[in-house]
Design a protein around this ligand. Structure first.
Ligand code: SAM
Length: 254
């Protein structure tokens, strides 16, 4: 499988979603939590969502709340990998305040256009959206305090490159807080080749132990899986698939 093929299929899917705002999980799921349309109320505390426009909450495509587990403080610089419509960036922007700054990186032009339109409408000044691949971040070395990501790294074909890049851009002592889909066991090569399911946050997911080992290989320490829930109700599980989970992972750069 070519990395560029994965990027192309994923970008096409999220470009369409940004334009149509329809749910991105397959019709067989029957549920719309991960990658679903308007799933914000399922993922975040209601008080966090207060005052966010429906255009933002309606394009919440994550599988958890990485902002809360990041434990942000005023003045911090935050990077969101795969920022989509911007929900986590806008939530983080409130928490870091005017002295903090949030960068969202996404490769899909239509997502960036939507996020920027949301930013303008909300009058937010401490958020910036940049186009780029999370495997090759358009962000300076050691320039952020926190990296977060919500249901995106499972979509990346080169996950080690993503973690290496996250490590590179973090300052020493900085941290990463991720919500993502992981598995117990690996998908078969045949299932992995199903790029439509990959783009739905299913067959690109990897075993939890492999995931944390890649974080360690990139240099992260104090790696913890802080929460893990069965994702059967979120993604359409087929015979022959490993168990699929929505999980929260944290780690530190020392
Ligand atoms: C499932 S959506 C999640 C969006 C957002 N994090 C949220 O919680 O609503 C995945 C997003 O990641 C972006 N994405 C996927 N793979 C990427 C990659 N390799 N580099 C940059 N962006 C990527 C897609 O364009 C899409 O906007």
């Amino acid at each position: 499988m070519q990395f560029s093929d994965v990027h192309e299929v994923v970008q096409e899917r999220y470009g369409t979603i940004a334009v149509t705002r329809s749910g991105c999980c397959g019709p067989a799921t029957g549920a719309a939590e991960c990658c679903g349309e308007g799933n914000a109320t399922l993922l975040y505390d209601a008080n966090l969502l207060d005052g966010l426009p429906a255009d933002v909450t309606g394009l919440s495509l994550g599988c958890g709340d990485p902002v809360t587990i990041a434990g942000l403080a005023a003045g911090e610089r935050v990077l969101d990998l795969g920022s989509g419509g911007g929900i986590d960036c806008f939530l983080a922007a409130r928490q870091v305040g005017p002295d903090g700054y949030v960068i969202g990186v996404d490769m899909t032009p239509a997502m960036l256009a939507t996020a920027n339109a949301n930013k303008e409408r909300m009058g937010v000044h401490n958020v910036e959206f940049r186009q780029g691949q999370i495997e090759m971040l358009p962000v300076d070395d050691a320039s952020v305090d926190v990296v977060m990501s919500n249901c995106v790294i499972n979509l990346a074909p080169d996950k080690l490159a993503v973690f290496r890049e996250a490590y590179r851009v973090l300052r020493t002592g900085g941290r990463i807080a991720v919500s993502d889909i992981v598995t117990e066991g690996e998908f078969s090569d045949e299932l992995r080749a199903d790029l439509a399911r990959w783009a739905e946050c299913v067959t690109g997911a990897i075993d939890e132990g492999t995931y944390t080992a890649l974080m360690a290989a990139a240099g992260f320490v104090e790696i913890a899986v802080t929460d893990k829930q069965d994702a059967d109700a979120i993604v359409a599980v087929q015979p022959g698939m490993p168990r699929v989970f929505s999980a929260r992972m944290t780690a530190v750069k020392r």
